[in-house]
Design a protein. Structure first.
Lengths: 142, 140
């Protein structure tokens, strides 16, 4: 194992994690909801849009968030790793898997682990191992 | 009030994703690539988020209800099920292939002009289909 010191951003990533944590605490303390974006996004389409309006507001907040970030950050340059049909099939699996698995990196990974949920712990272990194996098997520049 | 707090939470969530590096698929894959040249940054994102929540929950759980609702809506299920494991495994494959999980997928919708919208639509199709299948498996 070699550490990628060129791209390592411990402070910015820790600060980002703290912000994500604060966002989850606000949603739980004020709205009584788990900040699981896969659940919020899926239920936004499947549940009553009036009683579930908070979901749409959360989604709108996340949609505009990169532009809020860019108000003080210099740049935000995502480097894509997939395109075309690979990207679409991958996206479909991200949605399908997090729906069947009842959560993703935010719901299980942040909120669930913090509540010491066994289900979330198992889910995080499974999707981390699955993702690491997937990346290991995929052709990519080292 | 509940709508404003949800909006604010969504904005802070996405800014945290951006600052943490989660909107950059190459960085996510660099984190997952533990057998290659490994970038451990995203472990700090998860660590920071979890620590803040562990502390915050000690305070929130003393209250009987949230500020803007009558009750806390927490997942009722406690058992490890096959859908939990199979779904998480499928999600991991999609995450590894694209470097985007659902939060960054939403945040990237209007950021990546060529691919953002088509990607989030693929995620939504998967989510809606998955939730429908799950409902058939286990009637609520």
């Amino acid at each position: 194992m070699t550490i990628d010191m060129e791209h390592f951003t411990p402070l910015a990533s820790l600060a980002g994690g703290v912000l994500i944590g604060i966002a989850a605490l606000i949603l739980m303390a004020m709205n009584g909801r788990v900040m699981g974006i896969s659940g919020i996004l899926g239920d936004a389409f499947l549940n009553n849009p009036i009683t579930g309006m908070w979901r749409w507001l959360f989604i709108i907040g996340t949609l505009v968030s990169p532009f809020v970030y860019l108000l003080w950050a210099e740049e935000l340059l995502p480097r894509p790793v997939a395109s075309g049909s690979t990207l679409l099939i991958g996206g479909f699996l991200v949605g399908l898997g997090s729906a069947i698995g009842s959560g993703c990196t935010s719901g299980h990974g942040i909120c669930g682990l913090a509540r010491f949920s066994l289900r979330s712990f198992v889910a995080v272990m499974v999707f981390m191992i699955s993702a690491v194996i997937t990346v290991y098997l995929m052709p990519h520049g080292a | 009030m509940a709508l404003i707090t949800a909006l604010i939470s969504g904005i802070i969530f996405g800014v945290g994703l951006a600052l943490g590096g989660m909107l950059d698929p190459s960085k996510v894959v660099g984190f997952l690539d533990i057998f290659g040249v490994w970038d451990p940054s995203l472990a700090f994102v998860m660590g920071g988020g979890v620590i803040v929540n562990v502390i915050g929950h000690q305070i929130i759980s003393r209250r009987s209800r949230p500020v803007c609702d009558n009750q806390f809506h927490l997942p009722a299920s406690k058992t490890i099920t096959m859908p939990l494991i199979i779904g998480s495994a499928l999600f991991g494959i999609g995450w590894g292939v694209t470097g985007l999980c659902p939060g960054p997928a939403v945040a990237s919708t209007f950021l990546n002009k060529e691919t953002g919208i088509s990607f989030i639509l693929a995620v939504i199709v998967g989510l809606v289909l998955g939730k429908t299948v799950l409902k058939q498996l286990r009637p609520a």
